[in-house]
Design a protein around this ligand. Structure first.
Ligand SMILES: [Zn+2]
Length: 379
């Protein structure tokens, strides 16, 4: 292997570590902010309970005053009834007294209702207080943890940055720039050439290009993705062995590189995390749809760009992208609307698992996994 490429491979490891550390450092304050949001929500909930309690108290006073007024009225009617002259007048007063007594009963019921409410609210308030206390403790713990992890990450970052600077010194300027440009857009600047293919973009290499990479007399780049290519004889031997094994075992069909529709899995799609992407080439343009990996719900709309998808969406095809088997007609996908139906989602999930098993067997190190648990199993 060319010394420059050996250095670039080390540089790529350093660059990936640095990026991961930077992402981790940036993510920590977000986690603390999320708990702080929750805390604010609990505080607001507690305030709402207290306000409702105050309203109850005011209502109870209002109902008590109403009862006193009604009792006053009743004794006034009773006094008047001693002086009435006619039976009709007497009946009218009796009716007023009955009406007032009925009103008193209504207000007594209301007071009872309020008292039941007060009991419920006291319990709610206690629960909210406990929750608040737990969340405050949690946020303190999280903040401490974030400070600790950040300090550790900063230290590691400084070490990796020093290593990176050391590697860059004395490296051919042209190739360093080329590597950095491709790294920036694709998440990796180098790719292994294996089985006649660029492992970065999975495109077949021309025989002459592949041979040039194997001979390793000069630096060669993939014409399709521009990654700098290297050849690892140890992996080629592994591949040959794997091919021999595959003759006996049923093998996952390999997605066609030139298919008009291509599905991919990405474990690291920005804020969305794990997603499924589907690209469709049509005429002189191509489209992209993005779906949540686990639910199949569509993220955003259909994006169309000029050119075939490999040229139009290079930023999506990082080397963590796993190409999947699967094909559905455009009309059918339009009918899905905002969600992949479970039948189609199962096919994609199964194929991803098969791809990950294959990758694990091949001794891969790329984290192509739908969950942290399986990640450990596959890695
Ligand atoms: Zn390539």
């Amino acid at each position: 292997m060319l010394p420059d490429i050996e250095k670039l491979l080390e540089l790529q490891v350093a660059d990936k570590e640095i990026r991961q550390l930077q992402e981790e450092i940036a993510a920590l304050p977000k986690r603390v902010a999320a708990i702080e949001d929750k805390l604010a929500g609990t505080k607001a909930h507690r305030e709402a309970i207290r306000a409702a309690g105050k309203a109850d108290e005011a209502n109870r006073k209002k109902f008590e005053t109403a009862i006193q007024d009604l009792q006053g009225k009743i004794s006034k009617y009773r006094d008047q009834s001693l002086d009435v002259k006619t039976n009709d007048q007497y009946k009218a007063l009796l009716h007023e007294i009955q009406f007032a007594e009925q009103e008193i009963r209504i207000n007594e019921d209301r007071i009872l209702e309020v008292m039941v409410n007060v009991e419920v609210r006291e319990k709610e308030l206690k629960a909210a207080d406990a929750e608040l206390q737990a969340e405050q403790a949690e946020i303190e713990k999280e903040k401490q943890e974030a400070r600790r992890v950040t300090a550790e990450d900063q230290k590691k970052l400084a070490e990796w940055n020093a290593k990176r600077d050391g590697l860059r010194r004395g490296m051919a300027e042209d190739w360093l720039r080329h590597y950095e440009r491709v790294m920036k857009f694709r998440g990796s600047g180098l790719a292994e050439a294996r089985e006649q293919k660029c492992m970065g973009c999975q495109v077949m290499l021309r025989p002459q290009t592949y041979n040039e990479v194997r001979i390793a007399e000069k630096v060669v780049v993939c014409e399709s993705c521009q990654r700098i290519l290297y050849f690892d004889p140890a992996n080629e031997a592994k591949v040959e062995q794997q091919v021999a094994e595959a003759v006996h075992a049923r093998r996952r069909p390999r997605p066609k590189a030139d298919a008009a529709q291509a599905w991919f899995y990405r474990p690291d799609y920005g804020e969305e995390g794990e997603v499924l992407l589907v690209f469709t080439n049509g005429g002189s343009s191509s489209t992209r749809r993005v779906y949540e990996m686990l639910t199949g719900r569509q993220v955003g709309g259909v994006l169309a760009r000029e050119g075939t998808y490999r040229l139009a969406f290079p930023e999506d095809l990082t080397d963590t992208a796993v190409r999947l088997n699967g094909h559905w007609e455009e009309e059918e996908m339009v009918e899905w609307a905002a969600e992949i139906p479970s039948s189609a989602l199962d096919i994609l999930h199964n194929d991803l698992r098969a791809a990950q098993r294959e990758h694990a067997k091949a001794g891969g190190h790329k984290p192509h996994s739908p969950s942290p648990a399986e990640h450990t199993a596959a890695g």
